[in-house]
Design a protein. Structure first.
Length: 210
């Protein structure tokens, strides 16, 4: 399920400078995650980018891990953690697949995948990996662009932007497809709290059966 890190390395500095697109929705998503955290919680944020979410969750959990395949994204994330004096955050470079062994299976209380699942080559494999890493009863959270919800012809647009080096490979699907994928991966209690995000953004919480 790996993708080429080169695109993300190239845009990492610009990505880090951009403000959060929808701060109010971001805050509500964080509140929904925090409601599932305890002081002894272990969190893994996959596709963590420059670490904004990991750093927001760090004060609430025992330890937050961030994983991203882009070395540049992680370099910036580590710099932000150092500047913030956040010792309980660890950032890892690598793809989210079976090569990620920094955490044992069944060890994660909350696993987040934000703006990632439309980018992976094999969504089912990514979700299966997430479920294995979660503790029984652990919480999976995703915020995912479901471009199949839009009337805009994203397919050809993204193809052309990809030719110009301005977009990564993106898979287009609907919210209903993503919810089905979560259930097929074995997650239960799939919920979609209204966080006020744009209509094409799916925000789901689900649980590994406990
Ligand atoms: C759109 S950014 C989202 C960053 C962050 N989660 C956020 O919401 O701001 C997508 C990130 O996922 C990373 N990524 C893409 N495919 C990945 C994979 N297979 N494994 C790990 N990281 C991946 C990219 O390097 C990039 O930093």
């Amino acid at each position: 399920m790996s993708t080429d890190p080169a695109f993300w390395d190239r845009i990492a500095e610009k990505y880090a400078r951009q403000p959060v697109a929808d701060p109010a929705a971001f805050d509500r998503k964080i509140a929904a995650m925090v409601a599932h955290l305890r002081p002894d919680s272990v969190v893994l944020d996959v596709g963590c980018g420059t670490g904004s979410l990991a750093l927001r969750l760090a004060p609430i959990a025992a330890h937050v891990h961030g994983l991203d395949l882009s070395p540049e994204m992680i370099r910036i994330a580590r710099g932000k953690a150092a500047a913030a004096g956040a010792p309980s955050v660890t950032f890892h470079v690598g793809p989210f697949d079976d090569s990620f062994t920094a955490l044992p299976d069944g060890s994660v209380d909350l696993l987040s995948a934000c703006s990632l699942l439309h980018l992976v080559d094999d969504r089912a494999a990514a979700l299966a990996r997430a479920v294995r890493l979660l503790k029984p009863g652990g919480v999976f959270v995703t915020s995912t662009a479901c471009l199949g919800e839009s009337w805009i012809p994203y397919g050809p647009l993204i193809t052309v932007m990809g030719w110009l080096g301005k977009a990564p490979d993106v898979t287009i699907f609907t919210k209903a497809t993503l919810a089905d994928d979560l259930r097929r991966a074995g997650l239960v209690d799939v919920q979609a709290p209204d966080v006020g995000a744009k209509p094409e953004i799916a925000f789901f919480l689900a649980k590994r059966p406990g």
